[in-house]
Ligand binder design. Structure first.
Ligand code: SF4
Length: 424
């Protein structure tokens, strides 16, 4: 049986943040209910839609993301998880309150028999009742979108919550029994300084029972967002803030890099190791779901706009929510359906694997593709090592610190037409 990760997309938020280009929108309870019904239909019809047999797969992780999944009634979340259990044959809440990987309990080939089940939540949308239902449903990991402990920065981002809302949510989650919590923070946001970033990290690390995992992404100005209109030409400069009558300053590119490197070093002091470019964990608390994605495990993405990789075919669901809900189990509403060829799979293995601090294993490359990594990328590797962007260490190839800064350039080198033997 092959391992599988499942992603469920809930595209609803209280309101749209100014920087957001995710598939998300405000909507009311009626829409939440109709969308859930559509998801249940997609789950029940997923084997036909994605042309696979659920019995071939072991579900190892479920990730409910968005949007803000915590805006919808938790009974919808519970029904979604129960439907997945029926189709994929896992279930039972074990003595730790987590979902078992199969109906019979223990599964010796996996060190962890629990499934990692994560839900993204936003402070200000979570109640004790919701948290209790999540635990009863087998959810064992929370990912809380905080971004900053500075209320002025949160307001500039258009977040719906304050730092004290976060603290209430955080401690309520601990009381509800969540022992595995991620907190999202952001760098290069309006008003942010090195000192305020330091305060964000210090405050999180100083919580009673600090989070097990921290994700730190940089603000990206995405075209089509209100932030892009406002700041695209002006990062590093001051900009008039009409609402507050003062000057907003968005950190420039060099400051953004400096903030990133500061975050890496400062998080390390508190025991958070960087295991992927933007993800930091205390030992044993790396996200299993995201790691499976970076290591090329098959994943099934359900919901509007969700992507899947099943048996070397990449699918993308229609992103238009009403269109998706019309016939969520049909096979002819994919916005993308591409069979990955050998060279696509090799390139993905490289650029996803290189995102992780441990990089890619040369032995694994050989066993997956029947050729050495030098046989495929010899000249590319030589140049990237010479330029100080990647390094070789005990059978692994990984980014150097400079390579992290020029990650997109490094990844692009593995997408170039083959000069070595990649199609053998
Ligand atoms: S809460 Fe997240 S998904 Fe929702 S609008 Fe804000 S950034 Fe986008």
């Amino acid at each position: 049986m092959k391992p599988l990760g499942i992603y469920i997309h809930i595209p609803f938020c209280v309101r749209k943040c100014g920087y957001c280009d995710f598939l998300s929108m405000p909507a009311g309870p009626d829409m939440h209910g109709r969308y859930t019904e559509a998801l249940l239909r997609e789950i029940n019809g997923c084997e036909g839609k994605f042309r696979f047999d659920a019995g071939e797969y072991d579900v190892r992780t479920v990730y409910i993301g968005g949007g803000t999944p915590s805006v919808i009634d938790p009974k919808h979340i519970k029904r979604i998880i129960r439907s997945l259990e029926k189709v994929f044959g896992f279930g039972q809440i074990n003595e730790k309150g987590n979902l078992n990987g199969d109906r019979n309990g223990s599964r010796p080939e996996y060190p962890e028999k629990d499934i990692e089940v994560t839900i993204e939540v936003n402070p200000g949308t979570v109640t004790r009742e919701k948290l209790a239902v999540y635990r009863q449903s087998g959810i064992n990991r929370l990912s809380i979108g905080l971004q900053s402990v500075d209320d002025r920065e949160l307001k500039a981002l258009g977040r719906i919550h304050s730092y004290s809302d976060f603290e209430r949510t955080y401690y309520a989650a601990r009381e509800a029994g969540f022992e595995n919590i991620n907190v999202d923070i952001m760098t290069a946001i309006p008003y942010q300084t090195m000192e305020s970033l330091e305060k964000t990290i210090d405050t999180l690390a100083g919580l009673d029972t600090p989070p097990e995992h921290i994700s730190a992404y940089s603000l990206i100005l995405e075209e089509g967002t209100p932030f892009y209109e406002k700041y695209a030409e002006k990062s590093g400069d001051e900009t008039e803030n009409e609402n507050e009558g003062d000057r907003i300053r968005l950190p420039g590119e060099d400051e953004e890099r400096a903030m990133y490197h500061f975050a890496v070093e400062h998080l390390a002091k508190y025991g958070y190791s960087r295991y992927e470019i933007s993800n930091f964990a205390r030992p044993g608390h790396e996200s299993r779901h995201n790691t499976s994605y970076w290591t090329g495990t098959d994943y099934l993405g359900l919901g509007a706009g969700a992507s899947s990789l099943i048996n070397n075919v990449r699918f993308r669901n229609e992103a238009e929510t009403e269109g998706y809900m019309c016939d969520p189990a049909t096979t002819d509403r994919f916005s993308e359906e591409v069979r990955l060829g050998r060279s696509d799979r090799i390139a993905e293995f490289m650029f996803l694997g290189l995102r992780m601090s441990r990089g890619i294993s040369e032995d694994e490359f050989l066993s997956r593709f029947g050729i050495t990594v030098d046989g495929c990328f010899g000249s590319v590797l030589t140049k990237l090592i010479r330029d100080g962007l990647i390094k070789r260490n005990e059978g692994n190839i990984s980014l150097t610190e400079d390579g992290v800064d020029y990650g997109n350039y490094v990844f692009s080198r593995f997408l170039e037409p083959a000069t070595d033997d990649r199609s053998a």
